[in-house]
Design a protein around this ligand. Structure first.
Ligand SMILES: [Zn+2]
Length: 141
């Protein structure tokens, strides 16, 4: 069984303890707009030479979520998906892990933490590796 990234260049997989995962996005040097995945053109100020690569994570705030009760055959429900907003400002659509698939399992505005790990198996039995978020374990200061 092999680990396959969902797509190259979207995130950093930690290689040792203490090495933190992060997503690879971009930020506009002129207006500050940040996004994930990264873009080459700023959608806010419409310039095409101002976007710079940035690291996003590992912390974010939960903006919205929903419990999925139907799903594709290779992704059995129930599971939780949502939008989080990275501390760096970029919104990220994500699978949410380490929580009960219940409507009251999470609170809007709570701190979430990035996890890079197995999302599903492909048809050949490989682990597809991608990003997901779990409720943050650290104390919010
Ligand atoms: Zn801009």
């Amino acid at each position: 069984m092999t680990d396959l990234p969902l797509r190259e260049g979207l995130f950093h997989i930690p290689e040792s303890p203490g090495d933190k995962p992060y997503l690879i996005g971009s930020r506009c040097r002129v207006c500050g707009y940040a996004c994930f995945p990264g873009k080459s053109v700023c959608v806010r100020c419409r310039r095409d030479d101002t976007m710079a690569e940035i690291k996003l994570g590992p912390y974010a705030t939960l903006e919205t979520f929903t419990v999925m009760r139907v799903g594709p055959h290779d992704f059995p429900p129930p599971y939780v998906i949502g939008y989080v907003r990275m501390k760096e400002g970029a919104p990220v659509f994500t699978l949410i892990t380490d929580c009960e698939p219940k409507d009251d399992a999470l609170k809007l505005g709570q701190e979430m933490e990035l996890v890079i790990g197995k999302i599903r198996e492909d048809s050949r039995g490989n682990n597809v590796i991608g990003w997901k978020f779990k409720p943050a374990e650290r104390q919010v200061t």
